[in-house]
Design a protein. Structure first.
Length: 366
């Protein structure tokens, strides 16, 4: 194996691939990135056995071959090389020699035959989506994923392909976020899969560099997202996701319209003196205003009045302020619509500028 390549061409895909690799591994080869040279292409692959990322770049090839090398060390070396420099790789007695200008190093290697791949089943449905729009879809909803819930199916995101397009849903049991990317042509049968949290986070990173279309393929045990240079393959979470249609409230009769940023900033200020553990905040809703109030065990208090459009019955309700701030932080447009029913029912948060995205936040007793 012998190749040369520009540092900038190599660095971006290498950073994406190395990001999948966990720092602590039971198998030494999982700390490595697989480098495979074929034709005029260098492909680099990293995996943690659940998520696999592969990047392909064109390079000047003198000799083909494949080997695995420590991912972090390789990335750190390439990152520290001067901007615009060329770097060459050659395999010499099971060491990968890296040369750039006056710099030279030798990295340890492990055989490519030891490198595992994520098992994939036969593809059942495929759809092409614009990469930028798909990332926006994930950005609007990913915050609602659970992190370490014993209900393991909540530690990820539901992706649903249908004739209407792509819908994503995330919930941790306390709040829910869902958004739809409508397309002229979807798939004939509805197909739902749960993508693990790490798979979603890596997909967001990958799509941040992608402006073209992304091909989404679903199988019975995997999802693959293929972009121009990068391909992500992730195993699926085996479980039944909650029926999101039953969670979204339909009978709210108290509709509040507010300036999104004004409400978000008022909540942020009031939240400073909320209980650090429970983060509770009280909303007293009356004609044309909401009174926000919070207190904590140190007997500190904060309150603020926010002008809104509302002319219904008075209502007092409590929420975890962090959940409200998360939703308002990713909602779009100048205004936000909040629909409520009573003090024990969830809030439905929508943006008039984007009716395809809704947020649901459960109330809390204060």
């Amino acid at each position: 194996m012998k190749i040369s390549i520009n540092r900038e061409t190599l660095l971006k895909p290498l950073q994406q691939v190395a990001g999948v690799v966990e720092r602590r591994q039971t198998l030494p080869v999982l700390s490595n990135v697989l480098m495979r040279v074929k034709g005029n292409q260098l492909s680099m692959t990293g995996t943690d056995l659940e998520v696999e990322m592969q990047g392909n770049v064109e390079a000047n090839i003198e000799d083909t071959g494949e080997i695995t090398v420590p991912a972090r060390k390789l990335m750190d070396i390439v990152r520290q090389l001067p901007d615009g420099s060329d770097v060459s790789f050659s395999l010499n007695e099971q060491r990968l020699q890296i040369v750039s200008g006056r710099f030279k190093s030798n990295l340890s290697t492990l055989p490519a035959s030891d490198f595992p791949t994520v098992d994939t089943s036969e593809v059942e449905s495929t759809v092409k989506v614009p990469g930028t729009a798909f990332k926006q879809l994930l950005d609007r909803t990913a915050f609602a994923m659970a992190q370490q819930d014993v209900r393991y199916f909540l530690n990820g995101m539901l992706i649903e392909l249908s004739g209407d397009g792509v819908r994503v849903v995330a919930t941790d049991g306390h709040r829910l976020a869902t958004s739809v990317l409508s397309m002229g042509q979807g798939v004939s049968e509805v197909n739902q899969v749960i993508i693990p949290r790490k798979g979603i986070l890596e997909l967001q990173r990958m799509l941040s560099e992608e402006e073209g279309d992304v091909e989404i393929s679903l199988g019975s045990n995997h999802m693959r997202a293929q972009a121009s240079q990068m391909t992500l393959t992730t195993k699926l979470v085996d479980g039944k996701f909650p029926d999101y249609n039953r969670v979204i409230p339909k009978n709210g009769n108290k509709v509040i319209s507010a300036e999104r940023e004004v409400l978000r900033q008022a909540l942020s200020r009031t939240a400073i003196l909320s209980n650090e553990k429970f983060r509770g905040i009280r909303l007293n809703i009356s004609d044309e205003q909401i009174q926000l109030s919070a207190n904590n065990p140190e007997r500190e208090e904060a309150e603020e009045l926010v002008s809104v459009e509302y002319s219904g019955a008075d209502l007092e309700i409590g929420f975890n302020v962090g959940y409200l701030l998360d939703a308002l932080g990713v909602a779009e447009g100048k205004n936000v619509k909040v629909t409520l029913n009573d003090a024990n029912s969830p809030a439905l948060i929508e943006s008039p500028d984007n009716e395809q995205t809704v947020y649901v936040v459960m109330p809390m007793k204060l």
